[in-house]
Design a protein around this ligand. Structure first.
Ligand code: C2G
Length: 128
């Protein structure tokens, strides 16, 4: 069974996230998601509305997702690919090229983003 690996914050979960997870799952039978911890989101400069536990609870209700683990640093991906024996690493193309260092370990795929929706847009609409 092919294993697919992806990462994200998945705050204010929306169908752009679902579309990414749905398409990622088409590459293999098992989709494993590295969910950014609250601490790592600070490193990423992202202020989250929902805590890691809430974001994990929501993500684990998505049928495409088979396993969730903590993403706590930029440096953990190579060991994650090895640990989960990932065949594919899939991210939205806003990350295009950024994770090519994983190419020796698995196939790296950047999928088109779902542009009409974003967490930033939702936050803007909520604050207006
Ligand atoms: N995404 C998308 N379309 C959107 C919004 C997000 O395809 N409208 C994709 C992103 O490209 C990413 C995934 O959904 O692949 C999760 O998005 P975020 O939660 O914003 O994740 P991000 O903050 O980009 O964190 O180490 C990688 C990072 O953890 C990625």
């Amino acid at each position: 069974m092919k294993v697919v690996l992806t990462y994200g914050t998945f705050d204010l979960f929306h169908y752009g996230h679902i579309e990414l997870l749905r398409r990622a799952k088409t590459y293999g039978g098992r989709l494993v998601v590295g969910l950014s911890t609250d601490k790592f989101n600070e490193v990423k400069g992202k202020r989250c509305v929902f805590s890691f536990d809430k974001r994990k609870e929501l993500l684990s209700s998505i049928r495409y997702v088979d396993e969730i683990f903590e993403e706590y640093s930029w440096e953990q991906k190579i060991s994650d690919v090895k640990r989960y024996k990932a065949d594919f690493f899939v991210m939205g193309n806003d990350w295009g090229g950024k994770f090519d260092f994983l190419k020796p370990y698995c196939e790296v795929i950047y999928l088109p983003r779902t542009d009409e929706i974003s967490t930033t847009l939702i936050k803007t609409l909520l604050s207006s």
